[in-house]
Design a binder for this molecule. Structure first.
Ligand code: ATP
Ligand code: ZN
Length: 290
Protein backbone atom coordinates (compact mmCIF):
# COMPACT_ATOMS: atom_id res chain seq x y z
CA UNK A 1 0.00 0.00 0.00
CA UNK A 2 0.91 3.63 -0.33
CA UNK A 3 1.53 3.92 3.42
CA UNK A 4 4.08 1.09 3.45
CA UNK A 5 5.79 2.27 0.28
CA UNK A 6 6.26 5.74 1.62
CA UNK A 7 6.95 4.92 5.22
CA UNK A 8 10.65 5.56 4.98
CA UNK A 9 10.65 8.46 2.55
CA UNK A 10 10.24 12.02 3.65
CA UNK A 11 9.33 14.04 0.61
CA UNK A 12 7.06 17.02 0.10
CA UNK A 13 4.64 15.07 -2.07
CA UNK A 14 4.18 12.18 0.37
CA UNK A 15 0.85 12.54 2.20
CA UNK A 16 1.91 10.12 4.94
CA UNK A 17 5.43 11.35 5.74
CA UNK A 18 4.36 13.59 8.62
CA UNK A 19 2.30 10.76 10.12
CA UNK A 20 5.24 8.39 9.78
CA UNK A 21 7.35 10.87 11.75
CA UNK A 22 5.22 9.85 14.78
CA UNK A 23 6.88 6.48 14.52
CA UNK A 24 10.41 7.79 14.17
CA UNK A 25 9.82 10.01 17.19
CA UNK A 26 8.71 7.07 19.28
CA UNK A 27 5.10 8.12 19.82
CA UNK A 28 3.50 5.35 17.79
CA UNK A 29 5.15 1.97 17.43
CA UNK A 30 3.47 0.84 14.22
CA UNK A 31 1.63 3.60 12.38
CA UNK A 32 1.08 1.45 9.26
CA UNK A 33 -1.50 -0.57 11.18
CA UNK A 34 -3.97 2.28 10.71
CA UNK A 35 -4.75 0.92 7.22
CA UNK A 36 -5.93 -2.42 8.71
CA UNK A 37 -8.70 -0.82 10.77
CA UNK A 38 -12.32 -0.17 9.99
CA UNK A 39 -14.44 2.35 11.89
CA UNK A 40 -18.21 2.88 11.66
CA UNK A 41 -19.49 6.45 12.16
CA UNK A 42 -23.19 6.82 12.94
CA UNK A 43 -24.39 10.39 12.32
CA UNK A 44 -22.46 12.47 9.79
CA UNK A 45 -23.40 15.87 11.24
CA UNK A 46 -21.32 18.51 13.00
CA UNK A 47 -19.14 16.02 14.92
CA UNK A 48 -19.29 12.89 12.70
CA UNK A 49 -18.29 14.60 9.44
CA UNK A 50 -15.22 16.25 10.97
CA UNK A 51 -14.20 13.01 12.70
CA UNK A 52 -14.57 11.20 9.35
CA UNK A 53 -12.36 13.79 7.65
CA UNK A 54 -9.67 13.49 10.34
CA UNK A 55 -9.58 9.69 10.13
CA UNK A 56 -9.54 9.89 6.32
CA UNK A 57 -6.54 12.21 6.39
CA UNK A 58 -4.83 9.86 8.88
CA UNK A 59 -5.13 6.99 6.38
CA UNK A 60 -7.71 4.80 8.16
CA UNK A 61 -8.37 1.56 6.22
CA UNK A 62 -12.13 1.77 5.99
CA UNK A 63 -15.05 3.95 7.08
CA UNK A 64 -18.71 2.97 7.26
CA UNK A 65 -20.91 6.08 7.22
CA UNK A 66 -24.54 6.13 8.42
CA UNK A 67 -26.96 9.07 8.17
CA UNK A 68 -30.54 9.37 6.90
CA UNK A 69 -30.43 13.13 6.40
CA UNK A 70 -29.53 15.52 3.58
CA UNK A 71 -27.21 18.53 3.72
CA UNK A 72 -29.08 21.79 4.40
CA UNK A 73 -28.09 25.45 4.44
CA UNK A 74 -28.71 25.39 8.21
CA UNK A 75 -25.63 23.12 8.47
CA UNK A 76 -23.27 25.82 7.11
CA UNK A 77 -22.33 27.15 10.55
CA UNK A 78 -20.49 23.84 11.02
CA UNK A 79 -17.39 22.53 9.30
CA UNK A 80 -17.06 20.12 6.37
CA UNK A 81 -20.17 20.53 4.18
CA UNK A 82 -20.33 23.30 1.57
CA UNK A 83 -23.33 25.25 0.18
CA UNK A 84 -23.15 23.54 -3.23
CA UNK A 85 -23.85 20.23 -1.44
CA UNK A 86 -27.24 21.41 -0.09
CA UNK A 87 -29.89 18.80 -0.94
CA UNK A 88 -27.41 15.94 -1.36
CA UNK A 89 -27.53 13.10 1.15
CA UNK A 90 -24.94 13.62 3.88
CA UNK A 91 -23.36 10.22 3.20
CA UNK A 92 -23.03 10.84 -0.57
CA UNK A 93 -21.65 14.34 -0.09
CA UNK A 94 -19.16 12.96 2.48
CA UNK A 95 -18.12 10.10 0.23
CA UNK A 96 -17.34 12.54 -2.61
CA UNK A 97 -15.27 14.88 -0.45
CA UNK A 98 -13.46 12.18 1.53
CA UNK A 99 -12.55 9.92 -1.37
CA UNK A 100 -11.15 12.97 -3.14
CA UNK A 101 -9.02 13.80 -0.07
CA UNK A 102 -7.72 10.23 0.29
CA UNK A 103 -8.50 7.62 -2.40
CA UNK A 104 -6.77 4.88 -0.31
CA UNK A 105 -9.67 4.77 2.17
CA UNK A 106 -12.45 2.24 1.52
CA UNK A 107 -16.05 3.43 2.17
CA UNK A 108 -19.47 1.93 2.78
CA UNK A 109 -22.36 4.40 2.90
CA UNK A 110 -25.78 3.78 4.45
CA UNK A 111 -28.58 6.31 4.14
CA UNK A 112 -31.17 5.10 6.62
CA UNK A 113 -32.50 5.57 10.14
CA UNK A 114 -30.71 2.99 12.34
CA UNK A 115 -33.51 3.00 14.93
CA UNK A 116 -36.34 1.67 12.74
CA UNK A 117 -37.40 -2.00 12.83
CA UNK A 118 -36.51 -2.71 9.20
CA UNK A 119 -33.08 -1.06 9.39
CA UNK A 120 -31.77 -2.33 12.73
CA UNK A 121 -30.94 -5.81 11.34
CA UNK A 122 -29.15 -4.53 8.23
CA UNK A 123 -27.32 -2.15 10.61
CA UNK A 124 -26.15 -5.14 12.73
CA UNK A 125 -25.16 -7.06 9.57
CA UNK A 126 -23.13 -4.17 8.21
CA UNK A 127 -21.25 -3.82 11.52
CA UNK A 128 -20.53 -7.55 11.79
CA UNK A 129 -19.17 -7.74 8.23
CA UNK A 130 -17.74 -4.24 7.94
CA UNK A 131 -14.16 -5.03 8.95
CA UNK A 132 -11.18 -4.42 6.71
CA UNK A 133 -10.82 -8.21 6.23
CA UNK A 134 -13.76 -10.20 4.78
CA UNK A 135 -16.46 -11.37 7.27
CA UNK A 136 -14.82 -9.50 10.14
CA UNK A 137 -16.61 -6.91 12.29
CA UNK A 138 -15.67 -3.25 12.38
CA UNK A 139 -13.02 -2.41 14.98
CA UNK A 140 -14.91 0.47 16.53
CA UNK A 141 -18.25 2.26 16.27
CA UNK A 142 -18.52 6.03 16.80
CA UNK A 143 -21.85 7.49 17.83
CA UNK A 144 -22.12 11.07 16.54
CA UNK A 145 -25.89 11.40 16.65
CA UNK A 146 -27.94 14.05 18.41
CA UNK A 147 -30.77 12.08 20.00
CA UNK A 148 -31.46 9.49 22.68
CA UNK A 149 -33.10 6.80 20.50
CA UNK A 150 -30.18 6.58 18.07
CA UNK A 151 -27.70 6.31 20.98
CA UNK A 152 -29.82 3.52 22.46
CA UNK A 153 -29.70 1.66 19.11
CA UNK A 154 -25.92 1.98 18.90
CA UNK A 155 -25.68 0.79 22.51
CA UNK A 156 -27.93 -2.20 21.77
CA UNK A 157 -26.01 -3.15 18.62
CA UNK A 158 -22.60 -2.90 20.28
CA UNK A 159 -23.63 -4.83 23.41
CA UNK A 160 -25.16 -7.53 21.24
CA UNK A 161 -22.19 -7.80 18.83
CA UNK A 162 -19.58 -7.17 21.57
CA UNK A 163 -18.02 -4.26 19.68
CA UNK A 164 -16.29 -1.38 21.46
CA UNK A 165 -17.72 2.06 20.75
CA UNK A 166 -17.28 5.73 21.53
CA UNK A 167 -20.17 8.02 22.29
CA UNK A 168 -19.98 11.75 21.62
CA UNK A 169 -22.25 14.71 22.14
CA UNK A 170 -22.52 18.47 22.17
CA UNK A 171 -25.00 20.25 24.44
CA UNK A 172 -28.05 22.08 23.15
CA UNK A 173 -26.53 25.44 24.18
CA UNK A 174 -23.38 24.61 22.14
CA UNK A 175 -20.90 25.34 24.94
CA UNK A 176 -20.06 21.87 26.17
CA UNK A 177 -19.26 18.49 24.70
CA UNK A 178 -18.09 15.06 25.74
CA UNK A 179 -16.77 11.75 24.48
CA UNK A 180 -17.09 8.39 26.24
CA UNK A 181 -15.41 5.05 25.46
CA UNK A 182 -17.73 2.06 25.93
CA UNK A 183 -16.37 -1.47 26.28
CA UNK A 184 -19.27 -3.95 26.56
CA UNK A 185 -19.25 -5.58 30.00
CA UNK A 186 -16.20 -3.64 31.21
CA UNK A 187 -17.33 -0.02 31.28
CA UNK A 188 -20.80 1.39 31.78
CA UNK A 189 -23.00 1.03 28.73
CA UNK A 190 -25.37 3.83 27.69
CA UNK A 191 -28.16 2.22 29.74
CA UNK A 192 -25.98 1.48 32.79
CA UNK A 193 -25.56 5.00 33.99
CA UNK A 194 -28.78 6.95 34.35
CA UNK A 195 -27.10 9.41 36.78
CA UNK A 196 -24.56 10.36 34.14
CA UNK A 197 -27.26 10.76 31.53
CA UNK A 198 -29.23 12.92 33.93
CA UNK A 199 -26.20 14.97 34.95
CA UNK A 200 -24.65 15.68 31.58
CA UNK A 201 -26.67 14.11 28.83
CA UNK A 202 -30.07 15.59 29.24
CA UNK A 203 -29.20 18.70 27.27
CA UNK A 204 -27.74 16.52 24.53
CA UNK A 205 -31.05 14.88 23.88
CA UNK A 206 -32.82 16.60 21.04
CA UNK A 207 -36.11 17.98 22.28
CA UNK A 208 -39.06 18.38 19.97
CA UNK A 209 -39.66 22.00 18.99
CA UNK A 210 -36.42 23.32 20.50
CA UNK A 211 -34.01 25.00 18.10
CA UNK A 212 -30.63 23.91 19.39
CA UNK A 213 -27.65 26.22 19.13
CA UNK A 214 -24.45 25.02 17.47
CA UNK A 215 -20.91 26.27 17.07
CA UNK A 216 -18.28 24.95 14.66
CA UNK A 217 -15.72 25.45 17.45
CA UNK A 218 -17.34 23.19 20.08
CA UNK A 219 -18.20 20.60 17.44
CA UNK A 220 -14.69 20.72 15.98
CA UNK A 221 -13.08 20.36 19.43
CA UNK A 222 -15.37 17.44 20.31
CA UNK A 223 -14.58 15.79 16.96
CA UNK A 224 -10.87 16.34 17.66
CA UNK A 225 -11.15 14.69 21.10
CA UNK A 226 -13.04 11.79 19.52
CA UNK A 227 -10.68 11.23 16.59
CA UNK A 228 -7.65 11.52 18.92
CA UNK A 229 -9.12 8.87 21.22
CA UNK A 230 -9.71 6.61 18.19
CA UNK A 231 -6.07 6.97 17.12
CA UNK A 232 -4.80 6.33 20.67
CA UNK A 233 -6.96 3.24 21.02
CA UNK A 234 -6.28 1.75 17.55
CA UNK A 235 -2.56 2.57 17.43
CA UNK A 236 -2.01 1.91 21.12
CA UNK A 237 -0.31 5.07 22.35
CA UNK A 238 -0.87 7.23 25.41
CA UNK A 239 -3.89 6.78 27.67
CA UNK A 240 -7.25 6.18 26.09
CA UNK A 241 -9.90 8.47 27.65
CA UNK A 242 -12.97 6.79 29.12
CA UNK A 243 -15.00 9.95 29.63
CA UNK A 244 -13.62 13.31 28.58
CA UNK A 245 -15.82 16.35 28.98
CA UNK A 246 -15.28 19.83 27.56
CA UNK A 247 -16.76 22.98 29.01
CA UNK A 248 -16.12 25.91 26.68
CA UNK A 249 -17.05 28.64 29.17
CA UNK A 250 -14.37 27.65 31.68
CA UNK A 251 -11.93 25.58 29.57
CA UNK A 252 -12.62 22.67 31.90
CA UNK A 253 -11.93 19.11 30.71
CA UNK A 254 -13.27 16.66 33.34
CA UNK A 255 -12.28 13.01 32.97
CA UNK A 256 -13.60 9.90 34.69
CA UNK A 257 -14.18 6.18 34.33
CA UNK A 258 -17.71 4.83 34.68
CA UNK A 259 -18.06 1.23 35.86
CA UNK A 260 -20.83 -1.04 34.57
CA UNK A 261 -24.05 -1.13 36.57
CA UNK A 262 -24.48 -4.68 37.98
CA UNK A 263 -28.25 -4.18 37.64
CA UNK A 264 -28.26 -2.76 34.11
CA UNK A 265 -31.61 -3.17 32.34
CA UNK A 266 -29.88 -4.09 29.07
CA UNK A 267 -29.83 -7.89 28.82
CA UNK A 268 -26.76 -8.00 26.55
CA UNK A 269 -24.85 -5.68 28.88
CA UNK A 270 -25.48 -8.21 31.67
CA UNK A 271 -24.24 -11.05 29.41
CA UNK A 272 -21.04 -9.11 28.63
CA UNK A 273 -20.55 -8.24 32.34
CA UNK A 274 -20.79 -11.95 33.19
CA UNK A 275 -18.19 -12.79 30.51
CA UNK A 276 -15.79 -10.17 31.87
CA UNK A 277 -16.34 -10.72 35.59
CA UNK A 278 -12.73 -11.88 36.05
CA UNK A 279 -11.37 -9.06 33.93
CA UNK A 280 -12.62 -5.80 35.45
CA UNK A 281 -11.29 -2.47 34.31
CA UNK A 282 -8.53 -1.14 36.54
CA UNK A 283 -9.71 2.22 37.83
CA UNK A 284 -6.26 3.24 39.05
CA UNK A 285 -4.77 3.05 35.62
CA UNK A 286 -6.77 4.84 32.98
CA UNK A 287 -4.34 3.64 30.34
CA UNK A 288 -6.32 0.82 28.86
CA UNK A 289 -4.62 -1.95 27.00
CA UNK A 290 -7.73 -3.77 25.93
P1 ATP B 1 -29.52 20.34 13.62
O1 ATP B 1 -30.57 19.38 14.07
O2 ATP B 1 -28.91 21.13 14.74
O3 ATP B 1 -29.89 21.17 12.44
P2 ATP B 1 -28.15 17.99 12.66
O4 ATP B 1 -29.45 17.28 12.60
O5 ATP B 1 -27.28 18.01 11.45
O6 ATP B 1 -28.31 19.48 13.08
P3 ATP B 1 -25.84 17.14 14.24
O7 ATP B 1 -25.71 17.06 15.71
O8 ATP B 1 -24.95 18.09 13.51
O9 ATP B 1 -27.37 17.42 13.94
O10 ATP B 1 -25.60 15.70 13.65
C1 ATP B 1 -26.27 14.55 14.04
C2 ATP B 1 -26.42 13.69 12.81
O11 ATP B 1 -26.91 12.41 13.20
C3 ATP B 1 -27.41 14.27 11.79
O12 ATP B 1 -26.77 14.36 10.53
C4 ATP B 1 -28.55 13.27 11.80
O13 ATP B 1 -29.14 13.12 10.52
C5 ATP B 1 -27.86 11.99 12.24
N1 ATP B 1 -28.79 11.03 12.88
C6 ATP B 1 -29.52 11.26 13.99
N2 ATP B 1 -30.29 10.19 14.29
C7 ATP B 1 -30.03 9.25 13.35
C8 ATP B 1 -30.52 7.93 13.10
N3 ATP B 1 -31.43 7.37 13.90
N4 ATP B 1 -30.05 7.24 12.02
C9 ATP B 1 -29.15 7.82 11.20
N5 ATP B 1 -28.64 9.06 11.39
C10 ATP B 1 -29.07 9.78 12.44
ZN1 ZN C 1 -25.36 -1.56 30.82
Amino acid sequence: SKIEEMSSEVTDDNPYSRLMALKRMGIVENYERIKDYSVAIVGIGGVGSVTAEMLTRCGIGKLLLYDFDTVSMANMNRLFFTPDQAGMSKVDASYKTLTNINPDVEFECYQYNITTMDHFDPFLQSLSNGGKAPKKPVDLVLSCVDNFEARMSVNQACNELDIKWMESGVSEDAVSGHIQFMIPGRTACYQCAPPLIVASGVKQIKREGVCAASLPTTMGITAGLLAQNVLKYLLNFGSVGYYVGYSALTDFFPTMVVKPNPHCSNRWCMVRQEQHKDNPLSLQNTNCNV
